[in-house]
Design a binder for this molecule. Structure first.
Ligand code: GLU
Length: 389
């Protein structure tokens, strides 16, 4: 059953978000009397090989990488554990360029071009900036460049920080409709007992949980806190990330990032790490929620061509197919979709508010682009947000 789920995920895998924790690209060195973590070019080289293997399987990769603060500490020789926020931000500023320089060098050896994207909470919370980020990322991928994303730590104050890159990677996976989020961690996956709690006599041996299809309190408890001083989130934030992607029907796989054959093992559906996935059922539930739980705020009448494309060819609804817009709805609201004969055929979540949709209905994508610049959605309603009735 677990193997089947893994095989199922491999089908149609076109885009993966890979999250790399600081510990994966770090090595621990003893300096004078202190242990210090420093960026390991060799680990980045090994990571580049893993990414190459994924790309060779005809899959786009977006990397979310931590390590800026750690790399900055190394440069400034600031290894104390009680750094102030401005000190951490300064470390992030100095470390980020060091990090990217290393990525650039090592990925180039694998024939991979990279680009840096620094995101903050504001970029993801504001629709215009959210779309901007999405379009930039899509464009980079089209040009076969791997975006390497990190939080914009040096200019973000603590209260509005995304906080950890596990959360950031889950958001990016949802933003880009990725089919899988892989979290490269320094442990093998989620253990059946919290590894930070001392083993008592009679305790069952600790093993890796292969598959989690529902994140309940029991699973959250197993995650415990972080044990590694280099990382920020530990297993707990990874579980939260998995929860976020699962609600979008996207699986998350937590695996050991020090395993150099990890890409191969994943592609052979070997039982490595912990897979978080509720199967396609979750999507069905979401579709059910769109059609039956949300109250529609308006109606969109479409032409017969668009109706056929939606009903028979599994397509999204484009502006060109819209004939009439009724009601006052905003971006993200549920609406009814009616055929030319006035019969309701589907419901979905709109990417445009009623005013914008009124001004672009019937238009070709290129004309819509002329109006909204790059801040536009191709689809009025994306297929994933559409439920046929
Ligand atoms: N953005 C931080 C850094 O690059 C790390 C955050 C995290 O590891 O979750 O140093």
């Amino acid at each position: 059953m677990h193997r089947d789920a893994r095989k199922e995920i491999l089908k149609g895998l076109k885009r993966i978000v890979v999250k790399v924790g600081s510990s994966i690209i770090t090595k621990r060195e003893k300096r004078k009397n202190e242990w210090a973590n420093e960026l390991s070019p060799n680990n980045v080289r090994l990571l580049a090989q893993t990414i190459r293997q994924i790309i060779d399987r005809n899959c786009e990769v977006v990397l979310v990488s931590s390590g800026a603060i750690m790399a900055g500490r190394e440069r400034l020789n600031l290894h104390r554990s009680d750094l102030s926020i401005p000190e951490k931000q300064a470390c992030a500023a100095i470390g980020q360029s060091h990090l990217m320089h290393t990525y650039e060098k090592k990925f180039e050896k694998q024939g991979i071009k990279v680009a840096q994207i620094l995101l903050g909470h504001d970029d993801l919370g504001n629709r215009k900036r959210f779309l901007n980020a999405k379009h930039t990322l899509e464009t980079l991928l089209r040009h076969k460049v791997i975006p390497i994303i990190n939080e914009n730590d040096s200019v973000t104050i603590d209260e509005i920080k995304i906080g950890d890159n596990d959360t950031l990677s889950a958001t990016v996976a949802c933003l880009l409709n990725a089919q899988l989020l892989i979290i490269l961690s320094d442990v093998d996956g989620l253990y059946s007992r919290d590894p930070s709690i001392k083993v008592k006599k009679g305790d069952t041996p600790m093993k890796i949980i292969e598959h989690v299809d529902c994140i309940n309190q029991k699973i959250e408890k197993l995650a415990g806190g972080t044990m590694n001083k280099v990382t920020v989130g530990g297993m707990y934030t990874k579980i939260l990330a998995a929860k976020q992607t699962m609600s979008f029907g996207i699986p998350t796989l937590i695996v050991n990032g020090f395993d150099n054959n990890i890409a191969e093992k994943i592609y052979e559906s070997k039982s490595v790490g912990t897979l978080f996935w509720a199967g396609r059922e979750k999507i069905k539930k979401r579709k059910h929620w769109i059609a039956h739980t949300l109250k529609p705020s308006g109606k969109i009448t479409i032409d017969s061509g668009a109706e056929k494309a939606i009903l028979l060819r599994g397509k999204s609804l484009l502006p060109a197919g819209v004939l009439k817009v009724e009601g006052k709805f905003n971006f993200g609201n549920a609406v009814r979709i009616l055929g030319e004969d006035g019969k309701e055929i589907a419901r979905g979540l709109v990417n445009y508010n009623f005013r914008d949709l009124n001004s672009i209905m019937g238009m070709k994508t290129s004309a819509v682009k002329n109006i909204f610049g790059d801040n536009f959605y191709n689809e009025v309603i994306h297929r994933d947000d559409l439920t046929l009735l």
